[in-house]
Design a protein around this ligand. Structure first.
Ligand code: PA5
Length: 426
């Protein structure tokens, strides 16, 4: 479901470090590398708790019947994967009964106040998500939204409208949920935030959104079964080794490029996955993203003619659209577009991809790795999650960093807590 094409990257298979890939593969499967206590995601699509999954389905179905809006409250790994899946699978302007909106990823008082205003009089529920259970951003947003919900429906009814996803036993969120009688689902200890979209973190809100999560798991299992080889015949490893080779050639940044607007948050999720996993010890490609055609009309100039040997592109090409539209013939043809009549938007978009790759690679001398995706659906989403997770494990170890920690994220928190006068922080 994902094929890696290196023909526009300036690399051949011989340029990739297959010997090191083989060694790192052994480290991954034997769980002998740095951060190996965070490898729970490797078997998760097959080993997840089926009883908890059935319980989630029940609670989600009951919640779905009671609400029109689900507010998920979370940040980083407790936010991006949900939005990536929802937008890729249901689309942006879908007409499903339940709208999912987001909080806890910003401390903008304007955003929170406007969200609160929007929710007035609406039938809404809250899924609050935090692995640590102590993150400030979702903490203060939840405090405000919980209060509003209780004011709107009363304490008893609110217990059926609030669900927490957090650690099995520790953290303020677990304590709060247990004391207030909110159902909780568990984020496993051995799965880090950015690897957690297939745990209750992503699965519970997606169930409420009516997404077919069985199909997401089916896609992840397919990836698990297909991406097993310990060499460059493994497409995820090929991608990891190619980006590592470009990094070693001196490239500093990789832009994930999608021609599907619905994949904007897939790219945001990917940025966290790669940025937090690799950006340490003063190493790592800077992960950025562009959505074309939008960004062809803003960043396209830089990509074509700006600084060279800094950025390379990884382009996602989707083979088949979930829905298609044709450009119709028009009798007047004032806009002169009849030459496109009868062609589908997808055909035109696909032709644009060829033209842009040619311009960026051959004229602009910008390496392009191409990832071919089948479709933007639930199965593909599960597949891509596993593909990128296994790729980042390989890529991080090729770079000789621990891909599973994020010590740098703590520095700003310490400063913020100190300035805000948090008890116990000096
Ligand atoms: O990858 C990570 O661990 C972080 O970016 C977290 O996802 C983010 O800080 C949210 O943490 P938590 O789920 O503990 O609230």
């Amino acid at each position: 479901m994902i094929k890696v094409d290196l023909q526009h990257s300036g690399l051949s298979i011989a340029d990739l470090n297959e010997a090191k890939v083989k060694k790192v593969h052994e480290m991954i499967i034997n769980k002998s590398g740095k951060g190996n206590d965070f490898l729970g995601w490797i078997e998760w699509p097959k080993t997840f708790d089926k009883k908890e999954y059935e319980e989630m389905k029940k609670v989600a179905s009951s919640l779905r019947n009671k609400i029109d809006v689900l507010v998920t409250v979370g940040i980083g790994g407790s936010y991006l994967g949900i939005r990536a899946a929802d937008e890729m699978i249901r689309g942006i302007n879908h007409s499903d009964k339940v709208q999912v909106i987001y909080a806890g990823h910003t401390m903008s008082s304007t955003y929170v106040a406007q969200l609160s205003e929007y929710l007035k009089g609406k039938k809404f529920g809250i899924c609050v998500i935090s692995k640590s259970g102590t993150t400030t951003e979702p903490g203060i947003a939840f405090r405000a939204l919980e209060k509003q919900l209780i004011e709107q429906v009363g304490v008893e009814a609110s217990k059926e409208l609030i669900v927490a996803v957090t650690d099995s036993s520790k953290g303020a969120l677990k304590t709060l949920a247990d004391n207030k009688g909110y159902p909780t689902f568990v984020i496993p200890d051995d799965i880090g935030g950015r690897f957690s979209v297939l745990t209750p973190v992503g699965i519970f809100p997606l169930l409420v959104a009516g997404v077919n999560t069985d199909n997401i798991f089916a896609g992840a299992i397919k990836a698990m079964d297909e991406l097993v080889q310990g060499d460059l015949t493994n497409e995820a490893y090929k991608y990891a080794a190619a980006r590592n080779a470009l990094y070693n050639e001196g490239y500093k940044a990789e832009a994930l490029v999608a021609y599907e607007l619905q994949m904007q948050y897939t790219a945001e999720w990917w940025k966290q996955l790669f940025g937090e996993s690799e950006g340490k010890d003063n190493k790592g490609l800077y992960p950025t993203s562009m959505i074309f055609s939008t960004d062809l009309h803003s960043l396209g100039q830089w990509v074509q003619e700006g600084a060279r040997n800094v950025l390379f592109e990884t382009v996602i090409k989707v083979k088949e659209p979930v829905a298609n539209m044709l450009v119709e013939a028009d009798n007047d043809n004032y806009d002169g577009l009849n030459y496109l009549a009868g062609k589908s938007f997808h055909e035109i978009n696909s032709t644009a991809i060829e033209g842009v790759i040619d311009a960026h690679v051959n004229t602009g001398k910008m390496p392009n790795i191409v990832l071919e995706f089948d479709k933007m659906n639930d199965v593909q989403f599960g597949y891509l999650v596993y593909f990128f997770e296994i790729a980042v494990a390989m890529s991080g170890y090729l770079l000789e960093v621990n891909p599973f920690d994020q010590p740098g994220v703590e520095v700003y928190k310490y400063n913020m807590f100190k300035l805000l006068g948090k008890p116990g922080v000096k």
